[in-house]
Design a protein around this ligand. Structure first.
Ligand code: C5P
Length: 232
């Protein structure tokens, strides 16, 4: 049977992850972190030497098909869901900006996107998901993967606000972070994600667009929670 779905799309750093985790906990829904799925494919493609100047789409799609991708509950010390590839835990290694960039390179190919469709759709069924529903976070959850979702949110924020958040996340984690470098990476990745022809990042016609540049995670959550309550 199909389960209720909430989609949270938008660019990286707009606060999708935080919002998704909080809603999932309150509603007892499963999380689909589709960005993690593309990150896994990006990393695998890089490791297989496929990210050349002249990428072989068929080889990339074959590689994508061959990966066994599984999700598990987040570990206590992590803000992200646990993701396994061929039974290896890659939850942390896929989180770098470099892997985000690999992900956005492989994500332009329709055959790669197609190869990931069933895995994603399956998570909105009771066979593929033990919880009461699904919160799917990504770029095309509301437009392509779950067009019939009960609630669609599209989170935006200025590049500067997103870069500032990323810098503070990295600093908190004890890592080095250069604002200008991160800002440039964010702008380049957004450009590729929003101008590609296959499932570009964009709000569905029936999505609620929220700009988080000037409001904090708590305020974003409150607005979305209000919508959840209104829609039952
Ligand atoms: O959200 P996150 O930064 O983890 O996503 C990494 C990359 O994966 C994005 O920049 C985008 O290119 C790709 N992606 C996508 N479709 C999705 C989710 C992510 O193309 N639904």
């Amino acid at each position: 049977a199909s389960l209720p779905v909430i989609t949270i799309d938008g660019s990286s750093g707009a606060g999708k992850g935080t919002l998704t985790a909080r809603l999932a906990k309150l509603l007892d829904y499963q999380i689909l972190d589709s960005g993690a799925v593309y990150r896994i494919v990006g990393l695998a493609a890089h490791q297989a030497g496929l990210l050349t100047d002249n990428i072989d789409e068929t080889a990339l799609a074959d590689l994508t098909q061959s990966l066994k991708i599984e999700f598990a509950a987040a570990k206590a010390d992590s803000e992200h869901v646990t993701v396994l590839v061929n039974a290896n835990d890659v939850s942390e290694v896929i989180r770098t900006e470099e892997v985000g960039n690999f992900a956005s390179k492989v994500a332009v190919f329709p055959k790669v996107r197609q190869a990931l469709l069933e895995l994603q759709k399956n998570m909105a069924t009771s066979q593929g998901n033990p919880k009461k529903g699904l919160i799917a976070d990504g770029r095309d959850m509301g437009t392509v993967v779950f067009p019939d979702a009960t609630l669609k949110v599209y989170l935006v924020a200025s590049s500067e606000a997103r870069a500032a958040r990323r810098v503070s996340q990295l600093t908190h984690a004890g890592k080095q972070a250069d604002f200008d470098e991160i800002l440039a990476q964010i702008i380049a990745r957004d450009e590729r994600d929003s101008t590609r022809s296959a499932s570009p990042a964009k709000a569905a016609d029936d999505a609620i667009v929220i700009d988080s540049s000037a409001i904090d995670a708590e305020q974003v959550f409150n607005q979305v929670w209000q919508l959840c309550v209104e829609r039952g």
